[in-house]
Ligand binder design. Structure first.
Ligand code: SPD
Length: 280
């Protein structure tokens, strides 16, 4: 008889995996953190019983949150990652030799520790000397005015429940915009364009107001509700399709999904999103 671990969506839909073993369950001051070993997707991390990442499909998410920004931002020397405690996002960022310094600001030390211990195949760059990990609140971090500007900010948060709620507010995006260098780029995960459609649309409008231009882009992440996922690329002046060829050439061959064609195609907006944005 199988044991199942389910993410329940609005008490109407379940996204479940059959599990072989529970490897870790802890309750931090912020949330419940679990790591399970699944039959189909290898090891997987959950926060408050919501799937965050799995060994099987993590590259579908981490390559997409990182490479569109890192292959187009004019400068990528200084990068800020908010959240991302499993280490997958910083791993992809640190593949670029041009990256000189990465601040990763994760609110929950338990997520980092559980990931280091149980998901070592995802966080393979923890020892990179360019990475500085801060256990701190990302909302407070971007409100600081004493830090040098960032060329790229990546928001790899959870869903809009618990401590991640503030990562969906206009004040937060305005603070991010204030921390960006002149031609800086912000990317955030932006939920399912189907099951979280209104949240997704609201994020596009809000980030557009706060940063200047917001370009949603799309791709599959099998683990997340509906499997259809999205991110938003925002900048005051950088065009998301202006790929810097040397950067792309450097990383493309060793990516699981990301390449030039995928980059150019992922910014195509489904009609229902395009029409909703035209109306607003
Ligand atoms: N529905 C889950 C959305 C979570 C996005 N962040 C996941 C963290 C992976 N590094």
């Amino acid at each position: 008889m199988s044991i199942w671990c389910d993410e329940v969506f609005e008490e109407k839909i379940r996204f479940g995996l059959s599990i072989k073993q529970t490897l870790f369950v802890g309750h931090s001051e912020f949330q419940k953190v679990s790591v399970v070993d699944t039959e189909a997707f290898g090891r997987a991390l959950l926060i408050d019983d919501l799937w965050m990442t799995s060994e099987y499909d993590e590259k579908l998410y981490h390559e997409m949150i990182v490479h569109p920004a890192l292959c187009t931002a004019p400068r990528i020397a200084r990068v800020l990652v908010i959240g991302g405690g499993d280490g997958g996002t910083v791993r992809e960022v640190l593949r670029y030799p041009e990256v000189e310094h990465v601040d990763m600001v994760e609110i929950d030390a338990m997520v980092i520790e559980a990931s280091k211990q149980f998901l070592p195949s995802i966080g393979t760059a923890w020892n990179d000397p360019r990475l500085k990990v801060h256990v701190a609140d990302g909302l407070a971090w971007v409100a600081r005015e004493d830090l040098p500007k960032y060329d790229v900010i990546l928001v790899d948060g959870s869903d809009p429940v618990g401590p991640a709620t503030g990562l969906f507010n206009e004040d937060f995006y305005r603070n991010c915009a204030a921390r960006l260098s002149e031609q800086g780029v912000l990317v955030t995960q932006a939920e399912s364009p189907l099951l979280h459609r209104e949240v997704h649309l609201d994020m596009i409008r809000t980030i557009g107001r706060a940063v200047g231009h917001a370009h949603p882009y799309y791709g599959p992440v099998v683990l997340y509700p509906s499997g259809a996922w999205s991110w938003i690329y925002a900048s005051s002046c950088v065009a998301p399709k202006d790929i810097i060829d040397t950067r792309l050439a450097y990383i493309e061959e060793d990516c699981f999904i990301y390449n030039r064609e995928l980059h150019l195609g992922c910014f195509a907006q489904p009609n229902h999103i395009r029409k909703a944005l035209r109306r607003s």
